[in-house]
Design a protein around this ligand. Structure first.
Ligand code: ADP
Ligand code: MG
Length: 517
């Protein structure tokens, strides 16, 4: 195997909802997880806003259990919205800014071991829409990074697995194809992906998921169980006092891990003189969370259907995400797939390792090396434009690219001018599965203000949508039979401006702005 160029280390980052992981390719090209400044492989994705400093990782997680109101946890769940749901030190922060603080720590800690670097690959849930993908890239930029690409977490996990199995070796001829189900249950998101490895091609057949389902929800059920007991003993509901809740949550999260290996766990709660010993049986825990597990079952079946694949055709099941350590998850998959899941790659590191492999491939490609694999994705949400229903006169979404379409793809939509000498048009772009615009995610609008003079009414104007393979969108406008380029402005609904991005980049990472779209 070729050794990589030492000037630019290939680095991959799994920016998780609850934990983040950084990996690189070592001098031999092996993917390897890097430990953080605290010596841990997993960095809690928590940011704590102290009076004078911002703390990230393990210390922030500890502080969160004491003073939850000052900490930002699960910011990835809010990515795509304008601001993080909590006010922190009197301020509303965009979620991607909070993520930038996390990435900045990861960058600095990794640099301690492999030297300064800026080029990285960051992973995103396959289910992330365009707005969230863009926000993730922006987070990387504000952290002083140059995001070469974003890659879907399940694809990264499949790459790490393939590496482990030797499929990525140039000398190995991988002839037969295999279908893989990637079940990723992390802290805050659930993602299920059906993939096929055809020789050196990594083809995503279908994706589905739930951006608001993860280990966190299992924790809250334990908190509820414990709270009931505390109410019975003390007549005090710890969920109503944010600090008592923070403390109880942290104890419950630990108890949950215990319940993965033992049949019972004891939670010793102590708060302002009130104490309670709460014993939880695994059975009791599983019963209280059965509906959450059922949601993942339902989503998994949907993804298989969308892929047109039956369980018999699934060759391998990959379990990704810390929450797949729960025995109930393994049992569910065994029942559904009628086979044991793969365990050759660690469930919480697979994604970062795969991202590093992808980074190595991108850097290699830039040096003119032949590719060892090819990734083929699908889009996770239908892309549409908002129009007016001719019958009801109400706004309605017209789908342009349905979900689960193979990427990259270019789609065109023809509009007609409404009146003679119309100079401008405005096209509203959304992603989502609903016909009504308010239930979809607004991406932005394309406006054209300089259509040629004196076009007759009904003149065609083409809007060209280009979904790249990483799920990012580009929009162009063309007026057929016109020579000159039309200036189309793509105004994003929920993105930070370049000025703000540059300001945050300087502030968070101390790095100067660079060219960035
Ligand atoms: P994400 O990628 O969403 O940040 P991870 O894949 O790191 O998340 O998974 C984190 C989740 O896994 C947390 O909810 C954590 O409590 C849970 N988890 C980690 N280890 C275990 C375990 N041994 N048993 C049960 N849950 C676990
Ligand atoms: Mg994850």
């Amino acid at each position: 195997m070729k050794t990589h160029d030492h000037n630019i280390p290939p680095v991959g980052i799994d920016l998780g909802t609850t934990y983040s992981v950084v990996a690189h390719l070592d001098a031999q090209g092996h993917p390897e997880t890097l430990v953080n400044a605290e010596g841990e492989r997993l960095t809690p994705s928590v940011v704590f806003f102290d009076e004078f400093e911002v703390i990230v990782g393990r210390e922030a997680l500890k502080a969160f259990a004491r003073l939850p109101e000052r900490a930002a946890e699960c910011s990835k769940r809010d990515v795509g919205y304008k601001v993080y749901h909590k006010v922190l030190q009197g301020k509303y922060y965009p979620p991607e800014v909070i993520e930038a603080y996390i990435l900045n720590k990861l960058r600095q800690d990794a640099a301690q071991q492999i030297g300064e670097f800026s080029q990285v690959v960051i992973t995103v849930p396959a289910y992330f829409d365009e707005v969230r993908r863009k926000a993730t890239q922006d987070a990387g930029y504000m952290a002083g990074l140059e995001v070469m690409d974003i890659i879907n977490e399940p694809v990264a996990a499949a790459l790490a697995f393939a590496y482990e199995e030797g499929f990525l070796d140039n000398n190995v001829e991988v002839s037969q194809s295999q279908k893989i189900l990637v079940y990723d249950l992390g802290g805050g998101t659930f993602d299920v992906t059906v993939m096929e490895i055809r020789g050196h091609e990594y083809v995503t057949l279908a994706i589905d998921g739930d951006v608001r389902l993860g280990g966190w929800d299992w924790d809250q059920r334990l908190v509820d169980l414990a709270a009931e007991k505390i109410i019975r003993v003390h007549g005090f509901d710890p969920r109503e006092d944010v600090r008592a809740w923070g403390k109880l949550w942290s104890l419950c999260e630990e108890a949950k891990r215990t319940l993965s290996v033992r049949s019972k766990a004891v939670i010793s709660f102590e708060y302002q003189g009130r104490t309670a010993e709460i014993e939880i049986q695994r059975e009791q825990f599983e019963e209280a969370t059965q509906d959450l597990l059922d949601r993942t079952r339902f989503t998994t079946i949907q993804a298989l259907k969308a892929a047109g694949v039956t369980w018999d055709e699934i060759d391998r099941v990959l379990l990704v995400g810390g929450s797949t350590r729960m025995p109930m998850v393994r049992r569910l998959l065994r029942e559904m797939a009628k086979k044991e899941a793969e365990t050759s790659v660690s469930a919480d590191e697979a994604v970062a390792l795969g991202a590093a492999i992808h980074a190595g491939w991108l850097l290699g490609k830039a040096r003119g090396e032949p590719p060892r694999f090819r990734i083929r994705n699908v889009n996770s949400h239908s892309l549409g434009v908002v129009g007016v229903d001719p019958l009801t006169r109400r706004p309605r979404v017209g789908t342009i690219i349905p979900r689960n379409t193979r990427l990259p793809i270019i789609a065109k939509r023809r509009f007609k001018t409404h009146r003679p000498n119309q100079r401008s048009i405005l096209v509203q772009i959304v992603e989502g599965e609903s016909p009504s615009p308010e239930d979809c995610c607004p991406i932005g609008q394309v406006s054209v203000k300089d259509l040629p003079l004196n076009l007759p009414k009904g003149w065609p104007v083409e809007v060209i949508f280009h979904y790249r393979s990483n799920g990012r969108l580009r929009v162009k406008i063309r007026v057929p039979q016109m020579e000159r380029d039309i200036n189309a402005e793509f105004h994003r609904e929920r993105a930070l401006t370049k000025e703000l991005l540059d300001g945050w980049r300087r502030f968070i990472s101390g790095k100067e702005p660079t060219d960035y779209e």
